[in-house]
Design a protein around this ligand. Structure first.
Ligand code: ATP
Ligand code: MG
Ligand code: MG
Length: 349
């Protein structure tokens, strides 16, 4: 049988491995860190840094296709892999989502709306950016931010200097603050044959910059729901994308604004495990393996709750709830802010 290579051995890699194995594939994980959550379920794990190009070549040669759960794979590593095996989703999708400026440029080029933004590194550039974008606004590092890390809010001009200092000289983007009513995301998939399927949009609540809950269905009008799905399809088609993508949106009275895209399975898509026949993980494996996409239509209302840090201590109590499907990641050590698992509370419709 074929083997799927996965860059990154976190919980997403773990759940991708389970889905792949259910479809009869073997999986080989490449992960720099020791004892990764995916290591317990994958057929094979290579533990090496992304700088170890020989290890990467051996990994690539052992698999049929390479996908990833982690966006920040260095370019040289991707070059080494791509010389041997296809990478799905493709390099362009990865490059765009690694860089908030490229991402926003791309989204605007294809006619979608983002927050107003300006790139900057220096204090003089920040001053110019503030004239263009105004405030309140948010300063974000251009690269490597996640879970709200590498961000600083500029509510008044007094916040500008400390915000810039917190970037430690890294290239940054100033984004106008969007006064959204709520946040939603679309989990979309595109197959090798170009067919597109979107899951029903979910409504996301963040706590301390980390996703706390996703509720399905989201509060959206029928036309907003159509807009959300169409804009996601436009993104995937423009990138000739293969795989699952998470598209984060702000809902405003003026319409949907794209916050960011993630070229992978997405935390806000975990509800699909208990709300759809074919969940986002299977859908992603199907796409990257060149299979037809499966049926992602929703048969239940779901509330997905992330178990972060000490939340995982509530599992014995949650296990007594009749409608709670529990997914744990097998992480030995509990740390504040660490995603330990999630619960899908399911109400059949
Ligand atoms: P993720 O873990 O989703 O990759 P991230 O670190 O890349 O997160 P963003 O998604 O850009 O960060 O921002 C985190 C959260 O901060 C958003 O979900 C939203 O709640 C808020 N936020 C970000 N940008 C804006 C904005 N321009 N206007 C208003 N709120 C924003
Ligand atoms: Mg992000
Ligand atoms: Mg985000």
């Amino acid at each position: 049988g074929a083997t799927i290579g996965i860059l990154g051995g976190g919980q997403l890699g773990r759940m991708l491995s389970v889905a792949a194995s259910r479809l009869g594939f073997k999986t080989h994980i490449f992960e720099p860190g020791a004892n990764p959550p995916a290591g317990h379920v994958a057929d094979r794990v290579t533990t090496a840094p992304y700088e170890d190009l020989n290890a990467l070549r051996t990994f690539a040669a052992s698999v049929d296709v390479v996908t990833y759960e982690f966006e920040n794979v260095p370019t040289e590593a991707l070059d080494a892999i791509e010389a041997l095996r296809p990478i799905r989703p493709n390099r362009r999708a990865l490059a765009i989502s690694q860089d908030r400026i490229l991402e926003k440029d791309f989204l605007n080029q294809i006619g979608l709306t983002t927050a107003p933004y300006a790139a900057l590194t220096t204090a003089a550039e920040l001053e110019a950016a503030l004239l263009k974008v105004g405030h309140p606004s948010i300063l974000k590092t251009t690269r490597l931010g996640y879970d709200g890390k590498g961000q600083a809010r500029i509510m008044s001009l007094a916040d500008a200097a400390p915000a810039l200092a917190s970037m430690n000289g890294a290239p940054s983007v100033l984004e106008g603050f969007i006064d959204f009513s709520h946040e939603v995301s679309v989990i979309a998939a595109r197959g090798l044959d170009g067919s597109v399927a979107c899951y029903d949009p979910g409504e996301n609540v963040h706590k301390d910059g980390i996703l706390a809950t996703t509720t399905i269905p989201a509060r959206l009008s029928p036309s907003q729901r159509t807009d959300a799905v169409l804009l996601a399809a436009r993104i995937l088609n423009a990138l000739d994308y293969v795989g699952v993508m998470g598209v984060e949106l702000f809902a405003t009275p003026q319409g949907l604004i794209v916050n960011e895209i993630a070229p992978r399975v997405h935390n806000s898509g975990h509800w699909t495990q208990n709300g759809c026949a074919v969940d986002q993980f299977e859908q992603h494996i199907r796409a990257v393996a060149g299979w037809p996409l499966g049926d992602g239509s929703r048969f239940a209302d779901v509330v997905m709750e992330n178990l972060i840090g000490d939340d995982v201590l509530r599992v014995p109590a949650i296990a007594k709830e009749r409608d709670a499907a529990i997914h744990l990641y097998g992480k030995a050590e509990v740390k504040p802010g660490r995603k330990m698992g999630h619960v899908n509370r399911v109400k059949r419709t």
